[in-house]
Design a protein around this ligand. Sequence first.
Ligand code: BGC
Length: 775
Amino acid sequence: MKKLVLVAALGLAPYFFAQEMVNKPVQAYQTEQYKSKKKAFVESLLAKMTVDEKIGQLNLPSAGDFTTGQAQSSNIGKKIEDGLVGGLFNIKGADKIRAVQKVAIEKSRLKIPLIFGMDVIHGYETTFPIPLGLAASWDMNLIQQSARVAANEASADGISWTFSPMTDISREPRWGRISEGSGEDPYLGSEIAKAMVYGYQGKDLSLSNTIMACVKHFALYGAGEAGMDYNTVDMSRVRMFNEFFPPYKAAVDAGVGSVMASFNEVDGMPATGNRWLQTEVLRNQWGFDGFVVTDYTGINEMVDHGVGDLQQVSALALKAGIDMDMVGEGFLTTLKKSLQEGKVTQAEIDLATRRVLEAKYDLGLFTDPYRYGDAKLAKKEVYSQKNRDIARNVAAQSMVLMKNENNVLPLKANGTVAVIGPLVNNKQNMTGTWSVAAQHANSVTLMKGLQDNFGKNVKFISAKGANIDYDEKLENIYAAHGKITDRDNRPKEVLLKEAVDVANKADVIILAIGESAEMSGESSSRTEITIPQSQIDLLHELKKTGKPIAMVLFTGRPLALTNVKDLPDAILNVWFAGSEAGNAIADVLYGKVNPSGKLPVTFPRSLGQVPIYYNHKNTGRPLSQEKVDKCEYERFRANYMDECNTPLYPFGYGLSYTQFAYSDMNVTNTNPKGNQTIQASINLRNTGNYDGAEVVQLYIRDIVGSNTRPVKELKGFQKVFLKKGESKRVTFTITPEDLKFYNHELKYDWEPGEFEIMIGTNSAEVQKTKINWSK
Ligand code: BGC
């Protein structure tokens, strides 16, 4: 990230440089000497290994403490003794992991240590907001810090490898896993990918508190047809390189140690067997030199994809550049035969083995196989008060204020408040999806957060009001992974009446509605992206009481809130905020924290608009801006008869308890040449009644290109804190690097001509200036 300059208002205060958005750790140990030592060590080990032992290193079974897929592995202990296991995942606890490592070290012939993986996705036991929520903070330091805390906890508990970050760009709210990524934007996604990798891996992978990251799912998993999980992807390469690849590449550039292949196909070949993807792009073009692991049974699934039997697809995967086989044992059971039949080569098996061993070397496991995992340290580190405090802060920073009429928020800390909704008292659903290490008994519910922090001065009364969904069968599906929703089987009228009675006793209603945690995440695609009817009915009933309603929205995806948004006075989107959710929500509702989150993904008006994203192309028949703004239909233009072109809430949107005014945009040079740099700046003033932070966003449009170009692209952002009444000049430095794109020949360069420079509070509200950049 380029250096950004903040220049204080009035021109009198001194200039100062904001720090890099992420703290890039210097990997000083990666010297030539280190690399040649590693090479020599691994070569000498390889020379001692049998073919079976080599293939064993490529085998990654699941221990089954928790299961995420369709298969579990058996006889793992015996296989470890026989040298047939390279790593293990889904096992939790320092002592447990130590005991398994002991088998590898004491009972296997070559004593090669195992690598222990886990889906540490948004925290370990101390859980942070779901990744989409983390992205909404637009705060790279905080995101990096969340990954650091996760690494500290996980490593103390024996984990040396996390299957994170997931950097799949997605414009598909039906897809449940949109919750696990950073949203729709390649630039924001890339910054976050770097922050996460730096946070996990730190400055030296071999330190006992750093863990290896794994960027996933390579590639394009977020673009499955119709938002169905695991579904087919078909996309032009221009789009791949410009819009979907950048965050994976950013993780590679940040030194990520491993990559996970995705389930979907790319160009008619499953990603797991796609050599162009896993070798040509990833290694040859981007220079990745770590190892590639499949996703859960990714090799076996190629049989159903229809590209061969298990032996064929295993060979295909190895040849494509896959090094480790997660769970399916295709490598373990067929590679030797393929070698004997000449279908794979010894060199191919050696290459994959070498990469796995090198990763273990980098993790320091050959020096001390027990370096990760220390039960005493884990007791101190895991879920410590310090980590929980960090999580509480990050959670509050991730929340997005979407509406705040008559300044209903922040609430005044007095009177009686009705806290209503199906998840108000539900611990299991606070952390959100992919929180396998979380201890739900510890999660702070909304009710507890409110009581603990403001219960002295405020009387909180509560009612459930509605179940998550009228349909019990559906609600049971939603309550996956033990995240029970405490369904109340009384008739809906009884639940509603109880809620209305409670509301009538209160001055204000806090209404917490939306999705339960597992309505998003893996295998949680939906064909409706609305709040279930049971909860909308509750909202309508409460509206009739005439009391002000502050709606707290739980969600793992962009929801279509068109039928909802006019009813409450305020809407605070809290995503799934993690183990400190209740405390953080209370902090924001009562103004201890002024919300500053911004949407990392577009919220549509209706499902029919999907895919809808801010960085779209113009088409040959764009609707005039005036008509777009007025939502007026025009025949033979790119629009709908029955819906506006604009989303309900655009990318980058989010309010604050204070107001920010933008004025006097300026660029230092409207006719730059060649490699010159220019500064674009704007005056930002806090005109409201609270101190607060604003994410100032820079967008650029390349007006004429040799390929069609998006109507705008995010190219920079700064989170600026201003005291009430204070103002600052916010300045972005722009270089030709920011103008580059992949043309139809996949050449990455910039083209001279006119550009529109835009700065604003979200992707739809910007000030603009035109410049002409010549070569
Ligand atoms: C998911 C991956 C995950 C893996 C291991 C798969 O089902 O797609 O994201 O890392 O399981 O748990």
